[in-house]
Design a protein around this ligand. Structure first.
Ligand SMILES: *Cc1c(COP(=O)(O)O)cnc(C)c1O
Length: 457
């Protein structure tokens, strides 16, 4: 088999910024060891997120010029609506300015005190929106998903047995929604199988609980199903996507992921009375129902991106480039989540930095070390992001201490990725010189975005 190449050529380029190790040490200190506080112009390879960082295609840029900026009934909205409908089969489409705006709307309506939302794994903004409403989010990831180094084809699956037991113990009346995140971002970008979606659907139907999909990476998930699940090899990605969505009552989506948008999102659903409530809130918080906080040009770019993302040459390159980096790290003995996920490589920081206890945030320590060593920016997905405190102020750690290197779509080439692997392998060789971290300042919700930290000596 020949090398799988980038399925595009480059028409427009932008510079990346080189710094010295000494400069980066100083920058880290000034940023309080929080990558979200580092200026982008001080970053060489930016793997903080794959969100909103995609390179748009020439068709999308052409669409930008065709954006219809009419306040009501914009033609760009109808193109957007048609694109979403064709993929999801859902008749009611509500644009929002990003994924969390869709979450804010749905959980404001369905959430509140005494309400429980069950999921394979809720993404951080999803969980925060549930908790902000007064509700509780519960993650029910399958057993394979709890072991980063043991490969399995569908580690994003929900534990169906736990789902049923949890519904019985909490009571279906207190569960307004079950949400399945595809692919499972916080759980390592791992896919969910079609069979698991069907099984979850069956249980939801038995207890009369609506099922929503967090569809941010629907195309990557569909491609994994095609590659790994029996019976799907001959189906096209749009057909697989259509079947996945057929089991759901609705979905939330960030167009900053699998729609190649730099901004945008939507809610889609089948229930008209719920959609009317959502639209009422939309008008208050986002904008009129045919633009929802977006410019017409953004709607146009998303409508096009949603179709482009299902191209199998693109998906093959996408999934392969993540696997390529993952395999290089595995070969060098670096502990990573296996198998490779759809959008990111996840390093197991607990294993990588065995000498740093979880209450000294090994993930954050590794994030800082990678920036210092090579100007690479990435993010901790562990106890800084998901940790809680007990009544005595002791950290209740997250299940996993991961560092995520998210790969922006269509942005970096193979030599960038080779460089990243070289830096990680070098840091791995010097790992015992890395210190733990302590938090100096934090906020009660989503603290990882703004927290100030310092090394523990
Ligand atoms: C990014 C993301 C969101 C939130 O979307 P934003 O556009 O960043 O607000 C929700 N769920 C998942 C799985 C995501 O990856």
């Amino acid at each position: 088999m020949k090398t799988i190449i980038e399925p595009f050529r480059i028409k427009s380029v932008e510079p990346i910024y080189f710094t010295t190790r000494e400069q980066r040490k100083e920058i880290l200190g000034k940023a309080f060891y929080n990558p979200f506080r580092i200026h982008a112009s001080d970053v060489l390879i930016d793997l903080l997120t794959d969100s909103g960082t995609s390179a748009m295609s020439s068709s999308q840029w052409a669409g930008i010029m065709q954006g219809d900026e009419s306040y009501a009934g914009s033609t760009s909205f109808f193109r957007f609506e048609e694109s979403v409908k064709s993929i999801t089969g859902m008749p009611l489409v509500i644009p929002t300015h990003q994924g969390r705006a869709a979450e804010k709307i749905i959980f404001t309506i369905l959430g509140g005190k005494g309400k429980y939302f069950l999921s394979n794994t809720l993404f951080d903004t999803t969980r925060a929106n549930i908790e902000f409403s007064g509700g509780v989010g519960i993650d029910l990831i399958c057993e394979e998903g709890k072991h980063p180094s043991i490969p399995a084809p569908f580690k994003g699956n929900m534990d169906v047995g736990a789902l049923e037991r949890t519904i019985q113990s909490i009571g279906a009346d207190n569960i307004p929604l079950v949400m399945i995140t595809i692919t499972n971002n916080s759980g390592g970008g791992q896919p969910v199988s079609m069979q698991n979606i069907r099984d979850v659907r069956k249980i939801c139907s038995a207890y009369n609980i609506p099922l929503f999909i967090d569809a941010c990476r629907f195309a990557e998930n569909a491609y994994f199903i095609k590659l790994r699940e029996a019976g799907f090899a001959e189906m096209s990605v749009p057909e697989i996507a259509r079947e996945m969505f057929s089991y759901a009552d609705g979905c939330t989506m960030s167009a900053k992921k699998d729609a190649f948008g730099n901004i945008g999102g939507f809610l889609a659903m089948r229930d008209l009375s719920l959609a009317l409530q959502c639209r009422n809130l939309l008008i208050i918080t986002e904008g009129f129902t045919t633009y929802g906080g977006l410019a017409g040009r953004d709607l146009e770019a998303i409508a096009i991106g949603l179709q482009e993302v299902m191209d199998e040459h693109y998906l093959q390159y996408r999934i392969r480039s993540i696997e390529y980096l993952t395999n290089k790290l595995i070969t060098a003995g670096v502990p990573v989540m296996q198998p490779a996920g759809g959008h990111a490589v996840y390093i197991d920081a607990k294993e990588f930095l065995k000498h740093i206890p979880v209450d000294q945030y090994p993930g954050q320590a590794l994030v800082s070390a990678l920036y210092e060593a090579g100007g690479i920016r990435c993010v901790e997905i562990g106890s800084l992001m998901f940790g809680k405190y007990d009544d005595t102020g002791k950290l209740i750690p997250a299940q996993l201490e991961l560092v995520r290197l998210a790969i922006p779509r269509r942005v970096y080439t193979q030599s960038h990725i080779d460089y990243v692997s070289e830096v990680i392998i070098e840091v791995f060789g010097n790992r015992y010189g890395i210190n733990g971290m302590k938090i100096m300042e934090e906020t009660p919700l989503l603290r990882h975005f703004t927290a100030k930290l310092q090394p523990v000596y």
